[in-house]
Unconditional design. Structure first.
Length: 287
């Protein structure tokens, strides 16, 4: 690991955060309402995309579902970024990474603003935010070094998956312009977070993954994290709110759909796989 390279990269990221600082609290011009006859989520990114269920749905049903997929996505961001801030704040003073730690203050500041605008969007345009009902798997007793590695690995998994949806929704002209604007703003800052996170994992991995036992523990925990993140994309509440019958059955069918599994493996999780392959971790998850 070239620590000078990490330090230089971090310095550049700090400069970019300062130069491109977006004060979300005053930046966005919030419409009174959003047209519900437009897509709020790219049809190519919907949880039904490519599945047998998609073939049975009308365009009107897809547009209605897109609203609630947007609300689910923004709710996941709100909930995940709250946990991210808590976890980074818990461990940041213990991290043996010298001055590169400074970037974490920028990350927390930006994530706090993200949490605010995702929460506001959901409440203003849907009247609610979906609560995170995922059950956290029990974690084995681990070392401080492995704890640090897992904190930032989980954050990176969450951010890499979210990045896919930011790209899909900000670049699709069929999506409502304000939703595209939110996704674009989030994309710009998350791109810096991901760049930092990928580099940060290298020194943390060197300290944490020191034996086959530690590698096995890390692999188990990361597989669990990926499963939780993927399954959260198929929230039965959004199918119910979109007026689709048997939401639990829809969820089960989609999670078992081979086309969806292929999208998970080769599209949504593509960035995640590259990160951990570079660290010589072979993950093997099944949702």
């Amino acid at each position: 690991m070239n620590k000078i390279s990490f330090a230089e990269r971090t310095k550049k990221l700090i400069e970019l955060s300062n130069k491109n600082y977006l004060r979300a609290f005053s930046h966005f011009k919030w419409p009174e309402s959003l047209n519900e006859k437009e897509f709020w989520f790219s049809p190519d990114a919907l949880s039904i995309a490519g599945s047998a269920i998609e073939q049975e749905m009308t365009i009107e049903q897809k547009i209605r579902l897109s609203k609630w997929e947007c609300i689910n996505s923004f709710s996941l961001n709100n909930n995940g970024e709250r946990e991210l801030i808590q976890e980074v704040s818990r461990v940041m003073n213990e991290l043996p990474i010298g001055e590169t730690k400074e970037y974490l203050y920028h990350l927390i500041d930006e994530e706090n603003q993200h949490m605010w605008y995702f929460n506001k969007f959901c409440k203003k345009y849907a009247g609610k935010i979906y609560i995170d009902k995922n059950l956290q798997f029990k974690q084995e007793k681990i070392s401080k070094e492995l704890d640090h590695f897992l904190v930032f690995s989980r954050i990176l998994i969450f951010e890499e998956i979210g990045h896919y949806y930011n790209i899909m929704n900000s670049n699709d002209d069929r999506v409502h312009s304000f939703v595209r604007e939110i996704n674009k703003a989030h994309y710009n800052e998350e791109a810096r977070h991901i760049t930092y996170g990928r580099k940060l994992l290298e020194p943390l991995a060197e300290l944490a993954l020191t034996s086959k036992t530690e590698i096995k523990k890390a692999t188990n925990e990361l597989n669990k994290s990926i499963i939780l993140n993927i399954r959260s994309l198929y929230n039965p509440a959004m199918y119910r709110d979109a007026g689709l019958g048997n939401p639990m059955q829809i969820r089960s069918l989609l999670l078992e759909d081979e086309s969806r599994k292929n999208i998970h493996e080769n599209t949504i999780l593509q960035g995640v796989k590259k990160v951990f392959m570079k660290l010589d971790l072979s993950l093997n998850w099944s949702v």
